[in-house]
Design a protein around this ligand. Structure first.
Ligand SMILES: Cc1cc2nc3c(=O)[nH]c(=O)nc-3n(C[C@H](O)[C@H](O)[C@H](O)COP(=O)(O)O)c2cc1C
Length: 176
């Protein structure tokens, strides 16, 4: 199958995750086109049999540019197997209310875009202090302290569970 992988990223972790997804899909024998959403349009959906869309959560929302893309192409997306990957730090924790909030963020995104993904998965992201400016550094240190986490602002900390992601991708898109 030919698979479109289209993503939005702010600090780069979703790009890294989507490169991993592309490698997994290639290893499963699929063709892959990996596109940042900013470069995706104009796009010819006739080229693809299935699509993965991914974005990351910042201050309770996923990138608007990705939502606009899904909205513009919702009819084509709804007619093919699709997977929605939502990258966040809350996904790394075990707090039930945080996870409910993530579900709501994904649901609001899909409602706004009129897109019904075949499946939605939350993927733990990273603290990327190397990409943060002064204010983001302090904001993220504060957020980390709220969760009782000690982070080193001089290095990046990755929470992405690559094995769990690989398990999600195994056998996708399901053809049965
Ligand atoms: C300014 C800022 C706000 C964030 N807000 C949230 C949030 O509301 N909920 C959450 O779970 N993670 C939040 N995060 C964490 C990001 O989702 C996480 O760092 C993710 O890996 C970013 O992916 P990206 O590098 O592809 O943009 C925030 C990160 C930053 C820098």
């Amino acid at each position: 199958m030919n698979i479109l992988i289209c993503y939005a990223t702010t600090e780069g972790q979703t790009r890294k995750i989507m490169r991993f997804c592309a490698d997994e899909m290639l290893a499963q024998g699929h063709g892959v086109e990996l596109l940042p959403v900013s470069e995706a349009d104009p796009i010819d959906f006739a080229r693809y049999d299935a699509a993965i869309l991914a974005g990351s959560v910042h201050i309770g929302a996923i990138q608007e540019e990705l939502c606009d893309f899904a909205s513009r192409h919702h009819a084509r997306l709804n007619a093919m197997p699709t997977l929605f990957l939502v990258v966040s730090l809350a996904a790394a924790g075990k707090d039930g209310s945080d996870h409910a909030e993530l579900d709501k963020i994904a649901e609001d995104f899909c409602n706004a875009a009129q897109w019904t993904p075949g499946a939605t998965h939350h993927v733990a992201g990273a603290f990327r202090f190397s990409e943060y400016d002064f204010f983001k550094t302090w904001a993220m240190r504060y957020i980390a302290s709220q969760y009782g986490q000690k982070v080193d602002p001089h290095s990046d900390t990755e929470y992405t569970d690559w094995d769990a992601l690989s398990a999600v991708l195994k056998g996708w898109p399901y053809t049965a």
